[in-house]
Design a protein around this ligand. Structure first.
Ligand SMILES: Cc1cc2nc3c(=O)[nH]c(=O)nc-3n(C[C@H](O)[C@H](O)[C@H](O)COP(=O)(O)OP(=O)(O)OC[C@H]3O[C@@H](n4cnc5c(N)ncnc54)[C@H](O)[C@@H]3O)c2cc1C
Length: 531
């Protein structure tokens, strides 16, 4: 390992996280200098690379960005920010063109037109995709190649941010550590503009589709620095994660149901038509709850693609097929066992139209942010769209502040991949982390109630106080967990991804976003001790 000074300087902007949001922002900032921090080698550890469906954009004949915005609002259950939905969907085509220009091999017909897929709750075919279910991997591969050849972008791999640094109330960079090194002093990377793009929080849950390192670090870090958080209670559970021993659980994309795959239980009963007029294509939260309830009463749930796709699943959905075959499931001849899993966070660090957080000097984009686009329930394939739209907006905003300059020499941080991966496993398997994930799945999951949420808050407080190794990374996780549980307790209604057994209906009193500071969340947590 090389030794390094404790303070490093990112000449221009510093981007924390190397998923689509972070890398797209970096490319849009070029030729302005930017440093990107990535815990893993580029492409690994990001949800973006695992996206199967694609990017939503109204590009088909007869479709319009307005119709896309309306579908977004409908899915968001009454609390999507109308202006944001209209403006984000209107920018979709331009951002798809950026991705195509940077080398993404989107599926096209013989005339070069985009082949558009359909997903639940979209009123038109508007999912821009790659080889069926390879959108995320293909987009990231293209973007990474572009990043690698852009001289103004400096990528530092093998490093994880722990805390935001502030000076007179302004965010001036981050404290971070080489992944796997819990013992040396944190390094301070100073920057003139800091962009937090460190993803969502699925990994806080025991059953999730997210990569292990995506577990609320971004929201936890920002909240601890005093940033306002919006809508943290809204977590989306995907109805069809493939039930294997694997952690995280691999995903069976919603596009399969778009192609006619059905849900059945172990008695062979198809249960969705009795629950919603759109059956398997009902909004994600409704399908997830239906699966959850089957499992609660002792049934097992399967996604049956046999009739709809037969052998075609192997060629049209190669990623899903590989996940199944690796787990010993032949999707051509047998239904695929599935379970709901924490998948996407609608809430996050509250930002304005330009991705600015409530803290000066801090911009946030991608799943870490809450822009108001998703409301209580994200419309499928709107998150990659949001990541690129806000990446571009942030670059424009920062670009107006930052002079373009050449990169100064930067002392690198040597990456020992094996050690980094070991460290990841250690953190994942720490008893305290496992307990926290169990609390979130059992008590802050698909269905919630006051008693369970109060219990969750008490347990999170206990874990935070008594964990054998309370690292800053763990504190970021418990901070995020506290925000989700506290906001879920405060919202005494059901809406979108947030379902309260004790308040099963939506209430007009709650038809709005919520904002929460860490102090407010901690006060609610403290109050839960009284019960
Ligand atoms: C299986 C799956 C399928 C999906 N399919 C779709 C789809 O088809 N369409 C769609 O629109 N959305 C989809 N989503 C959601 C979408 O992929 C994500 O919302 C989106 O990719 C988020 O992008 P991001 O850049 O914000 O975060 P990520 O892509 O998750 O990137 C986060 C980055 O931050 C890094 N990081 C984490 N913690 C730290 C730290 N402490 N310090 C430094 N870096 C850190 C991570 O290593 C990673 O590089 C899917 C998600 C999953 C999990």
């Amino acid at each position: 390992m090389t030794a390094f000074d404790n303070t490093l300087y990112a000449d221009g902007a510093l981007i924390v996280g190397a998923g689509l949001a972070g890398l797209f922002t970096a490319l849009k900032l070029a030729p302005r200098p930017v440093t990107v921090l990535s815990p893993k080698p580029l492409g690994l550890g990001a949800s973006s690379a695992w996206a199967q469906g694609g990017v939503a954009a109204a590009m088909g004949e007869g479709d319009s960005s307005h119709a896309h915005a309306q579908d977004t609002e409908m899915a968001g259950a009454g609390i999507v920010d109308h202006g944001i939905a209209e403006s984000v969907t209107a920018e979709a085509v331009a951002r798809i063109e950026d991705l195509a220009r940077w080398g993404t091999p989107f599926d096209r017909d013989d005339f070069g037109n985009f082949e558009l897929g359909r997903e639940a709750a979209h009123s038109a075919n508007r999912i821009v995709k790659v080889e069926g279910d390879r959108a995320g991997a293909a987009i990231m591969q293209a973007i990474i190649a572009q990043v690698r050849k852009t001289a103004s972008i400096r990528v530092v791999e093998g490093i994880t941010a722990l805390s935001l640094a502030r000076d007179n109330g302004r965010v001036v960079g981050v404290y971070c550590r080489r992944l796997g090194d819990r013992y040396s002093e944190p390094v301070f990377i100073r920057a003139r503009a800091t962009v937090l793009a460190a993803g969502g929080l699925g990994g806080l849950y025991a059953v999730t589709t997210n990569p292990p390192g995506v577990r609320g670090h971004a929201m936890g870090m920002a909240a601890r620095a005093g940033a306002l958080i919006a809508d943290p209670e809204f977590v989306q559970f995907h109805p069809t994660a493939i039930l294997t021993q694997a952690d995280p659980a691999p995903l069976a994309t919603e596009a399969l149901r778009g192609e006619g795959a059905i849900l059945i239980n172990d008695l062979g009963e198809r249960f969705m038509p009795a629950i919603h007029v759109d059956a398997e294509l009902a909004p994600r939260d409704i399908v997830a709850r239906a699966n959850f309830r089957q499992i609660q009463v002792g049934r097992r749930v399967f996604l049956d693609t046999r009739q709809a796709l037969g052998r075609d699943i192997l060629t049209r959905f190669p990623t899903v097929s590989k996940y199944c075959l690796d787990a010993g499931i032949d999707p051509v001849s047998a239904p695929i066992p599935v379970t709901p899993a924490a998948h996407f966070h609608m809430g996050g660090v509250k930002v304005n139209d330009y991705g600015r957080s409530s803290l000066p000097g801090l911009w946030v984009c991608g799943e870490a942010s809450c822009t108001g686009l998703h409301g209580a329930n994200r419309l499928a394939s709107n998150s990659l769209l949001e990541a690129v739209v806000y990446g571009a907006r942030i670059a424009e905003d920062i670009g107006g502040l930052e002079p373009a300059r050449d990169l100064a020499p930067f002392k690198g941080i040597e990456w020992d991949e094996a050690e980094g991966n070991r460290a990841e496993d250690v953190l994942r398997n720490t008893v305290a982390v496992q307990q926290l994930r169990r609390v979130m799945t059992d008590l802050v999951g698909v269905e919630r109630d006051a008693e369970g949420l109060q219990q969750a808050l008490r347990q999170i407080a206990h874990l935070e106080a008594h964990a054998e190794q309370v690292t800053t990374a763990y504190l970021n996780m418990t901070t995020s967990a506290t925000l989700v549980a506290a906001a879920a307790l405060r919202r005494t209604e059901s809406r979108g991804g947030h379902f309260r057994r004790d308040y099963p209906e939506p209430s007009p009193d709650w038809e709005h976003h919520t904002e929460m500071s860490l102090d407010e969340a901690l006060a609610i947590r403290e109050g839960a001790k009284a019960y």
